[in-house]
Design a protein around this ligand. Structure first.
Ligand code: ZN
Ligand code: FE
Length: 744
């Protein structure tokens, strides 16, 4: 019996090949708990066979254990794959998409049927989730169904010894999908001509819309600042950093610092975008003043082929969409919507079934921290300690993902996006339908956020009526903490710390700097960041200077000399007095304890980001400003709440004369110190010593590493998110497990 991640990753064909190599007969079968292999032969050969399996396992698999138990069998005269018997077996068989493997890259040059064939794949690599329409995972249930296998592919598909044995997307030059290039003057379908043309376009500063694995990308030369800023201007008008694909690891090293863990993840079959520290600027418009680069390596055969023609070592590869719409997957929409942004289109004649964005990860404390969970990760389930069968959790509103429960597994959707955007909300509802179909799921119990205005809540209410099943509403930060407990398989009382931007609290205020004593069933709020007004509500999120004003006004009142602070000096008097009015008269100024708003305020005070052009820009710029190595922190007070009066006073004092980088470092240290001190207080009161850190603020590498350092040094056991994002993208997992406890 072989346990681990061994299903849907070409494992059974691999076992067949290994058995044949050792001359063993028997059978292989998928079970609920792993892959069962029966072989007949002498113990020596079987042990060698076992070793071979361990050493050569397919890249996307992960063997946890191989257990050999001898028994009396005979009568096998072949080695065969037994068809999976139960539906449940097949559920976990959907693999995420896998980057092209080295054998296939060699086939691009050597396999006569696949010379320069850009859709080459095998059981170890290629599209999976993105092409699946239903289960069981067989070619007719994928978007490969329209391509009839040629004789050569058929014989490889049926040959146990072949690397393409039962590779569902198998294809070659004579039977598979192909690329088509289009610009206002010409159309091309010869792959070499296409590669020449696209590389010429990129080198001459043009932008090409390229259909990738999970959706369209926009591509231009990352070293050509004109091209990049033109694309930025046309696409978005904001300054959110663009992701970059590098030719190879050594080119990436010229522009980014890459440590061992980062290298390993970057080269992994998932090929996510890694947030790396910048060494050298690519071109000013790529990262727009942030000291990080979102870097990835080629993952489709086409990417590798293109870099052979391209002179540049790096291309911008950003999602093909308009503002916050979902990434485009079909050709017609691409042509309609991207026509004014790009100079040409590169498509191919296979449909994308499941839209998947590039996943984004950051290595924090030598471990993976997910920022966006999609290609390469979805739909791999999260194993839980609790039974979640039949539960549908709708997630939050921004960075939405939802989650369905199958037995003890949580299947989380890919990154959906911000539901306030209508096409994204459609994508959300479509994907729930699709997951219900693919995973044969029927909701019996629903859970959603406490916020009545979230569109995910709205959708949950529609389901409640349609299916006539119970719906429970879960406090946002409790869900953050539970998401982290769930993936770490904790089911007990813990110290739960959730720091994020916004989430509705049980007292109707906007929470986000929360220290809780929590378990999977419920929570008690131990303390929280001081409440401050958000003048203008959502507007205060877009304009961090308002939060700076709000904090200063709360702590120092109207007699404070606002014009002595450069930030306020740059804002006109009338605007300042309007904000003051709003705060004093409590007009559209909800109270918030959101940690994100505190970071916003400090970032604005330091002049780093008075007005944000994309989400979390102010905290990102604040983190980016860190470069001094100091352990100093600012004073703060803890009464009923955590009061930052002294912190603000000290920051204002440092503003006259100290370096921004020093102030930023000291501020981050202050927040880490707050985390430590409150944890110690809770431990003293309750003797709990397990600390959960979750919420979007913990995507801040410096803050999380500092907090981990302080907590570990003080003998706390600390848990963080690794399988799902700490941000709102992970909320649905928390909602799912809380629902399972409440349902009982
Ligand atoms: Zn391959
Ligand atoms: Fe949140």
């Amino acid at each position: 019996m072989i346990r681990g991640l061994v299903q849907g990753v070409g494992f059974r064909p691999f076992i067949c090949r290994m058995a044949s190599k050792h001359g063993l007969f028997g059978e292989v079968d998928n079970r609920n708990d792993g892959v069962s292999v029966i072989v007949q032969g002498d113990m020596n050969t079987i042990e060698l066979f076992g070793n071979d399996i361990l050493q050569n396992a397919p890249p996307a698999s992960k063997i946890k254990s191989i257990k050999i138990s001898p028994r009396q069998i005979n009568g096998y005269s072949t080695f065969k794959i037994t068809e999976s018997k139960t539906i449940d077996n097949q559920i976990t068989e959907i693999s995420p998409d896998i980057a092209v493997c080295n054998d296939c890259l060699e086939d691009l040059e050597n396999d006569p049927e696949r010379i320069d064939y850009p859709f080459v794949n095998c059981t170890n690599c290629g599209p999976r989730f993105s092409i699946i329409e239903g289960l069981p995972y067989d070619r007719p249930k994928t978007t490969m169904k329209n391509f009839i296998m040629c004789d050569n592919c058929t014989s490889e598909y049926n040959n146990i010894l072949d690397r393409r044995f039962h590779a569902q997307p198998i294809a070659c030059n004579s039977c598979g999908p192909f690329y088509q290039y289009k610009d206002p003057l010409k159309r091309l379908s010869d792959i070499r001509l296409i590669l020449q043309e696209v590389s010429m376009q990129i080198s001459s500063g043009k932008t090409v819309a390229i259909k990738s694995l999970g959706g369209y990308h926009l591509m231009c030369d990352a070293l050509n600042n004109n091209a990049v800023s033109k694309l930025r201007h046309k696409k978005l008008r904001d300054s959110k950093p663009f992701a970059v694909m590098f030719r190879d690891l050594s080119s990436a090293r010229n522009y980014c610092y890459i440590d061992e863990t980062e290298e390993k993840e970057m080269k992994s079959w998932r090929r996510p975008i890694l947030i790396l520290k910048e060494k050298e600027i690519l071109s000013a418009s790529v990262s727009n003043g942030l000291n990080t680069i979102g870097a990835m390596l080629p993952y489709m055969p086409f990417h590798y082929m293109l870099f052979k023609f391209l002179k540049t070592p790096a291309v911008v590869l950003t999602s093909g969409n308009i503002s916050s719409d979902p990434i485009i997957i079909d050709d017609q929409t691409a042509e309609n919507q991207l026509i004014s942004i790009v100079d040409s289109f590169l498509s191919y004649n296979r449909q994308i079934s499941n839209r998947t964005d590039d996943s984004v990860v950051r290595i924090i404390d030598r471990k993976i921290s997910l920022i966006r969970r999609s290609r390469g990760f979805v739909p791999r389930p999260v194993d839980l300690k609790v039974n979640v069968e039949g539960i549908l959790a709708f997630g939050a509103e921004q960075k939405n993902s939802f989650c369905i429960g199958k037995g003890n597994q949580a299947v989380m959707s890919q990154y959906i996006g911000d539901l306030k955007n209508l096409p994204t909300y459609d994508f959300f509802n479509e994907t729930i339908d699709r997951f219900s179909n693919i995973f044969r799921f029927r909701p019996e119990f629903l859970s959603c956020d406490l916020h009545p205005q979230y569109l995910s809540t709205h959708s949950a209410e529609l389901f409640e009526n349609e299916f006539n099943v119970p719906l429970i509403r879960i406090q946002h930060h409790h869900a953050h903490i539970a998401s982290c407990m769930a993936e770490n398989r904790l089911d007990e009382e813990v110290i739960g710390i959730a720091l994020d931007g916004t989430g509705l609290g049980s007292d109707e205020n906007i929470w986000g700097g929360e220290f809780m004593i929590a378990d999977l069933k419920g929570f008690r709020r131990f303390t929280h960041f001081d409440y401050v007004p958000m003048p203008g509500g959502e507007k205060a999120v877009d304009e961090p200077w308002r939060m700076a004003y709000s904090y200063i006004f709360k702590y120092f009142g109207e007699n404070f000399d606002y014009k002595s602070v450069p930030l306020f000096n740059s804002i006109d008097n009338q605007e300042l007095s309007i904000i003051k009015e709003m705060i004093v008269k409590k007009i559209n100024s909800p109270m918030t304890s959101g940690a994100g708003r505190l970071f916003d305020a400090v970032s604005a005070l330091l002049g780093l980001c008075p007005v944000a052009t994309f989400e979390s820009e102010a905290p990102m710029r604040l983190e980016s400003a860190i470069d001094d190595l100091t352990d100093d922190f600012y004073p703060f007070q803890v009464n009923q709440t955590i009061i930052f009066r002294d912190t603000m006073k000290a920051i204002l004092a440092d503003l006259t004369g100290q370096k921004i980088s020093l102030i930023s470092t000291k501020f981050h240290n202050t927040v880490a110190q707050v985390i430590l001190e409150i944890s110690m207080q809770i431990r003293k009161d309750t003797s709990l010593d397990k600390v959960i850190l979750s919420g979007g603020v913990f995507q801040n590498k410096y803050l999380l590493e500092k907090s981990l350092y302080l907590l570990n040094r003080n003998k706390f056991k600390v848990f963080t998110n690794h399988l799902v994002p700490a941000n709102d993208g992970g909320i649905s997992l928390g909602q799912l497990v809380i629902a399972s406890k409440i349902r009982k």
